[in-house]
Design a protein around this ligand. Structure first.
Ligand code: T5A
Length: 198
């Protein structure tokens, strides 16, 4: 899984990683959260469209977890069972950070909800690409902010700070990658971590 603040370069690195795995003969699929299923894409629109400005953080949490439950059951588990690698752009840490630490929902409740949504499934590797809020904002300047990004600079700063605190405190499956540099440098760091799984 790749996770991190908006504009950290996750989608870019997911694409590069998929290509690199293919070169090694490893079949993988790439997914994004929220989304990836018919229900998940409907939920994605509901969550990210700016006109849904009355959704509370608790309501958001249920929606993100619902999309995740569907994705895990419909796509992720069958793919893993068939030996396909799954690369996912965002996972449970996103909910913990955005709705929990930045949004004010009890992190313990979120952890429990995520456990129910995933049926306890955990990634083999959790890569957190980290950039500070200013870098993320600058990288996304060219496009219109979605509903989460439009929550304002203080929210984005809280997100960035929470990722740093949480990911740095975790070990084992978690890797914290400073992603403010060039794409190629970040790609090298990502591959260094993934290579250990081969
Ligand atoms: N969310 C999601 C929650 O609140 N709770 C949850 O539980 C979940 C799952 C999803 C939103 O939903 C929130 C988080 C999000 O706000 P999204 O559109 O999927 O919305 O948002 P992101 O995943 O953040 O996608 P972004 O496109 O904003 O960020 P990425 O994927 O990290 O960045 P990427 O690769 O698209 O790059 C952004 C720009 O930077 C350039 C790219 O070319 C691109 O222009 N770039 C770099 N430039 C310089 N140096 C580098 N190293 C670069 N890497 C990429």
């Amino acid at each position: 899984m790749l996770d991190g603040p908006d504009g950290a370069g996750k989608s870019t690195q997911v694409q590069l990683l998929t290509e690199q795995l293919a070169k090694r003969g490893i079949h993988s699929i790439s997914l994004r959260e929220p989304g990836g299923t018919t229900a998940g894409e409907v939920i994605r629109s509901l969550l990210l469209e700016r006109r849904q400005d009355k959704l509370t953080p608790v309501a958001e949490t249920f929606l993100f977890e619902a999309a995740r439950a569907q994705l895990v059951e419909e796509i992720v588990r069958p793919a893993l069972q068939s030996g396909t690698w799954v690369i996912c752009d965002r996972f449970t840490l996103s909910t913990l950070v955005y709705q929990g630490y930045a949004g004010g929902v009890d992190p313990k409740a979120i952890e429990l909800m995520s456990k129910v949504a995933t049926g306890g499934l955990q990634p083999d590797l959790y890569l957190v690409l980290w950039v500070d809020a200013a870098v993320g904002i600058a990288r996304r300047e060219a496009r219109q902010a979605d509903r989460m990004e439009a929550k304002g600079r203080r929210f984005i700063e809280a997100v960035s700070a929470a990722y740093k605190k949480l990911a740095r405190g975790k070990h084992g499956k978690y890797a914290f990658i400073e992603a403010g540099g060039l794409v190629e440098g970040v790609r090298t760091q990502v591959w260094k971590q993934v290579e250990q799984l081969l």
